[in-house]
Design a protein around this ligand. Structure first.
Ligand SMILES: C[S@@+](CC[C@H](N)C(=O)[O-])C[C@H]1O[C@@H](n2cnc3c(N)ncnc32)[C@H](O)[C@@H]1O
Length: 259
């Protein structure tokens, strides 16, 4: 009988198929998620699993969705969005007449579309479209369709829901006026180059499974991609421990400013 394939063998082969390098992610959590997925399709060794991932595009897509965890919602952690609108953005507009915004790890688009809604509501002068990127092509396709469940729009104020969505049965479709303000692009935050000159970057609930080293690498790349005094807005369970070394200062909880 052939020896069982190792974790290293699996991640090497998986990278070939998907271009996703799992060495950047925390191994125990990833192993757990991968095992649970394998169990769900009745496979118990890496070699067979890789064979299936190579031959079955649907399973490959489902698996990528499973390991990247892409749950999102509009105005997630509503109170942080209040802070963004009331204090952070007005301060940014004191620096520059137009602001360049990026939703990094945008999943199915809720965060980027929330930003677009605010930009219209508050008449914010944007520098081009809002950039929204994710590693997972499947979620970007969903973002482009823009159809959301009741749960996803739970935090959307009734007036915005009426103005910027069209109800379709139990779902809500984002209007074209909002859609055309966002540019969705596929990007791996850990391996791809970034554009420059951002005033506001949102990277929320993306790094949960990244190793500490990958997180710092990413935060450094964000700092380099921002203009001086630009703001990085992170998730409600996150903290940047090495902020100072990376040239960032905490200006409010979950908001870091480039020095
Ligand atoms: C939980 S969602 C966060 C969505 C949104 N930012 C929010 O807070 O609601 C995490 C997203 O990060 C993406 N992601 C994970 N690793 C990534 C990477 N290396 N590059 C780009 N996106 C990544 C996943 O595909 C997933 O869609």
């Amino acid at each position: 009988m052939a020896a069982a394939r190792t974790w290293e063998w699996f991640i090497g082969n998986f990278e070939h198929i998907s271009k996703i390098d799992l060495t950047y992610y925390k191994r125990p959590q990833m192993e757990r998620r991968i095992s649970s997925f394998m169990r769900s399709i009745d496979i118990n060794d890496y070699e067979e699993f890789i064979r299936v991932l190579k031959s079955d595009k649907v399973i490959l897509e489902r698996f990528i969705l499973h390991i990247t965890i892409n749950v999102s919602e509009f105005f997630r952690n509503n109170n942080h969005w209040q802070k963004l609108v009331n204090d952070i953005i007005p301060d940014l507009l004191k620096q520059h007449s137009r602001i360049k915004i990026w939703s990094a790890g945008c999943s199915t688009g809720e965060e980027a579309y929330s930003l677009a809604i605010l930009a219209l509501e508050y008449n914010l002068p944007l520098d081009g479209k809002i950039l929204a990127t994710d590693i997972d092509r499947g979620v970007l396709e969903k973002a482009d369709i823009g159809l959301y469940s009741k749960k996803a729009v739970e935090n959307v104020p009734a007036a915005y829901l009426k103005k910027y969505f069209t109800q379709q049965g139990d779902f809500y479709r984002i209007n074209d006026e909002i859609k055309k303000m966002v540019s969705f692009q596929r990007q791996d935050l850990l391996r791809d180059k970034f554009d420059k000159g951002f005033d506001l970057i949102l990277c929320r609930n993306v790094v949960i499974y990244f190793t500490e080293e990958s997180k710092n690498l990413l935060y450094k790349k964000f700092a380099d991609a921002m203009r001086v005094k630009g703001i990085l807005f992170i998730g409600s369970t996150e903290q940047i421990f090495q902020a100072k070394e990376l040239g960032l200062t905490s200006v409010a909880i979950f908001f870091y400013q480039k020095q």
